[in-house]
Design a binder for this molecule. Sequence first.
Ligand code: ADP
Length: 190
Amino acid sequence: MINETGLIFLGPPGAGKGTQAKYLAEFLEIPHISTGDILREAIGAQTILGKQVQEYVDRGDLVPDRLILDLIEDRLDRQDAQKGWILDGFPRNVKQAKFLDELLAKLNQHYMVYVVNLEVPEEVLMKRLLETRRRKDDNRETISHRLQVHKQETEPVIEFYRQHHKLYSVDGNRSPAEVTQSLKEIITAA
Ligand code: ADP
């Protein structure tokens, strides 16, 4: 790897962000930072943060920005993030996206940042999410709610990045290996 790489995965629940992020993090030897995983871990351990966020996560609502922003700042400031990172589940609204831009400047992380939007049709997402139900927040109602919240809060983030940064759209309605291939091409071509 020549430069430090930052990868931001956008895309609805069920698009495959987690799968791709995990794989590419290993490939690039940089940390995979999933805000969903961090929050679920905190809930499991019933930490102060976990108790504060549990009801939001169970409902499929975004947790308040003030809780997420501190968490991201601490995480990106850690030693292992100094050679790059993959963000999965953050930013999820425009305020978080703006915060991230400022944070990267503040932390002096002038990385090559790729913003990738994984595109998958809504009916495919619903099917995938119902088939692979693994989590407590995975029932039909919370899944549709999460998709709804994504439309309202996170789709504007795609526009934000389209205007302010280079945004890559990748067809996520293919096999994981094919999607990985496209992502690797993006990273190595630039
Ligand atoms: P999904 O698979 O639905 O995309 P995640 O695992 O990324 O879900 O996140 C699960 C839940 O954690 C979300 O529904 C939300 O409650 C909370 N969450 C995760 N990331 C964020 C964030 N950046 N801002 C606010 N809430 C978040």
